[in-house]
Design a protein around this ligand. Structure first.
Ligand code: GRF
Length: 194
């Protein structure tokens, strides 16, 4: 079974949906590590409740991105992590992790990329008045939400939506899309490795 690390900075609802999919057996993977850059993030409590090891670090304690990514990489290797799943990790990855995990890092973003990259994609879509937005799962490169797209799911913006209602439906979509796409990806990785 493939061993994955989830990187997250916030509430961790996607972390939770991935862990639950592994427990149900619909996602054949083991979540071996949570990597988090915020000491008080709710996702840490979720990981502790699930008995999943946590690496928490404060980027301000390091002089460069490479310095803290080396620390992360060491832990990933010690835990035999084979694949990185970003789920609300609020930082760009640097060359240390990108080079070590080439083609094995994915992210989820709450818009139909390339529309509305960056922060507050849901607010951006709402402000723009689009009638359809959605969710994208994509490979990660050095840019902000720019890597090759793997899968997308559309979410309609309803006439009486406010930002919170739209966010709730987008998150619901994320929680089904991400585990499904990961399962498909891991299946195809298995095939390519044989
Ligand atoms: C999600 O909307 C995800 O698309 C974005 O950050 C948010 C994380 O939410 N990258 P959560 O922490 O998983 O609840």
């Amino acid at each position: 079974m493939i061993k994955i690390a989830i990187f997250a900075s916030g509430s961790g609802s996607n972390f939770q949906s991935i862990v639950e999919a592994t427990r149900r057996g619909s996602l054949h993977a083991e979540v071996g590590l949570l990597v988090c850059d915020k000491r008080n993030a709710l996702v840490i409590e979720r990981a502790e409740r699930e008995g999943i090891p946590v690496l928490v670090f404060d980027p301000k304690e390091y002089e460069t991105k490479s310095a803290y990514e080396e620390v992360i990489l060491k832990t990933l290797n010690e835990c035999n992590v084979e694949f990185i799943v970003l789920a609300g990790y609020m930082r760009l990855l640097g060359s240390v992790l990108l080079n070590a995990f080439q083609g094995r890092i994915v992210n989820i973003h709450p818009s139909l990329l390339p529309a509305f990259p960056g922060k507050d994609a849901i607010g951006q879509a709402f402000q723009a008045g689009v009638k359809v937005t959605g969710v994208t799962v994509h490979y990660v490169d050095e840019g902000m939400d720019t890597g090759p797209i793997i899968a997308q799911s559309a979410v309609r913006v309803l006439n009486d939506d406010d930002r919170d209602r739209l966010q709730a439906r987008i998150q619901e979509t994320e929680h089904t899309l991400y585990p499904t796409v990961l399962q498909d990806l891991f299946e195809s990785l298995k095939i390519t490795n044989y």
